[in-house]
Design a protein around this ligand. Sequence first.
Ligand SMILES: [Zn+2]
Length: 348
Amino acid sequence: MTKVRALVLERQHELALRDIEMPLEVGPGEVKIAIHTVGVCGSDVHYYTHGKIGPFVVNAPMVLGHEAAGTVTEIGEGVTHLKVGDRVCMEPGIPDPNSRASRLGMYNVDPAVRFWATPPIHGVLTPEVVHPANYTFKLPDNVSFAEGAMVEPFAVGMQAAYKASIKPGDTAVVLGAGPIGTMVAIAALAGGCARVIVADLAQPKLDIAAQYQGVIPVNIREKNIVEEVARLTDGWGADVVFECSGSPHAWKTIMDLPRPGGTIVVVGLPVEPVAVDIAGASTKELRIENVFRYAHQYDRAIALFASGKVDLKPLISETFAFEDSIAAFDRAVEARPSDVKLQIRVAQ
Ligand SMILES: [Zn+2]
């Protein structure tokens, strides 16, 4: 164990930037990474404000942060695809590679997965971490650390687009223009959608999403989303609907949005169980898909950044110094509608 400085969630509502013991010995198949940039995620903020997410409860001090990029400083025995000095980003969830889910290729739903900053596993708002090399991805020279730290949230969008089985020229609807909804819209466009109708109540969020070519913003304070989708698709409906709001209200009319034979991809999670119009889904033979984090998306996301087809830099609202980490979290708690992604630069 090594004493290192870290942003520690002591308990609900209490953060401290202090020293903590972390395991930094590099074992076979592992690499040590000097952390450069870490994104502040809604889940980190939720642990701060609520002390738990579903069954995951903060019962002991925990280091926050899981959206990270940095530089390899040491490689363990048997690591061949990385070397010291490589700029990298890391997948925060480590499954048991021999589990049944992993052997099926669905390592993200392995019940044994260990995920950074999900109790009791420490996150990475600290200068150095050790991580399996197989979940560490080299960044091309033209992808910055800030973009590298955006790969994690964008991978959720990639997983949603992947599960939708988008066809070239599809019309999609995204309900909810928060950080994840916006990334889903961008991934859907990269995946071949001709246009993505993005619905939200907050105009600043819609304005940010609408910077991307192909996004059609709909403010649902002013317009009825069912009527708008019908109007824009000549009454046929959308090929794919991504539910990213987590709002129970979205489920009241969601079956009116897809075309016959269309798809609903569930990304947002309502806190309480919601009523679902099964008959509405049945009469259209809708396909309903679910997303839990992501699997096999990091290399694809990095390839899209490197190609220039996806530019997430406009979504980075502000970058804080490591010493100001607590201020970064308090700003995230404010939930300004014009903030998409706040980041913390750990490296000097
Ligand atoms: Zn995240």
